[in-house]
Design a protein around this ligand. Sequence first.
Ligand code: MLT
Ligand code: MN
Length: 310
Amino acid sequence: MLRLIVIGSAAGGGFPQWNSNDPASRRARGGDPAAPARTQSSIAVSADDRQWILFNASPDLRQQINSTSALLPRNGKRDSPICSVVLTNGDVDHVAGLLTLREAHPFSIYATSRVLSVLQSNSIFNVLNADLVEKRDLQLGVDSEIKTRGNEPTGLVIEAFPVPGKVALYLENASAGANFGTQAGDTIGLKIMSRDGAAHFFYVPGCAGMTDDLARRLKGAPLVLFDGTLWRDDEMVVAGVGQKTGKRMGHISVSGPEGSMAAFESLAVKRKVFVHMNNTNPILLADSPERAVIGRAGWEAAHDGMEISL
Ligand code: MLT
Ligand code: MN
């Protein structure tokens, strides 16, 4: 059995974003039920309902824990069911929450050597006491069992694989050419499995495009949580809120012939859920025509607190 909770369904900035005065953000601030607020990108998964593994640690983590009963302390004076954190890239929205976990609680961190080196080279992460928090190098293309800091099994096994993407914004090297110095391991997708093999799903919150390898992996999957950052590639430019396209940011768009809806059409995935949705994406709004379009294509837009059991 696997139980997963989407604790944050929005992309970097969240919804409403702090400085956004767009109609959608105004609706969210006004408590419009069709525009529910969403925190930044993270899911929590458990194979035993006892030990919980975070996949990405967002800047909103404190709020996410406090509003998720499964993640609250249970025993004694200091306690947490959170025993591990797995990172899919080094973006601010996926790593800043590690700083929230700094109160002398033992846990393990799994990430590729590329992402671990980001933590290593930013001394603020030294606030995680190395005696209590162990960083583990996640290998690509092999099954890795997630273990607690004390090496207890959690019943969860993951396989990490590279997906098209881009190095984190704050690490971009402008002189390194069109890919800004991006290397393999900067952005990964994950197959998340119960150790007994009874259940699995895929978590791919950041992805710049569909490849043959990714299509082969996802084909026929029972559940995929996938990058829903933008509805269309030039959405932020057209809205007048930024210069960057989705392609420039390393995100495939939802719509269009090169978009994720089209790319998934032939993959026969049983349940498809968009996560990591930007505040400009109209699928955030329950009453938008774009939400109806994804619904007709068999997709759901995740919301904070969404729970799925497999
Ligand atoms: C992204 O997903 O592209 C990043 O999280 C953007 C950012 O750093 O705000
Ligand atoms: Mn992001």
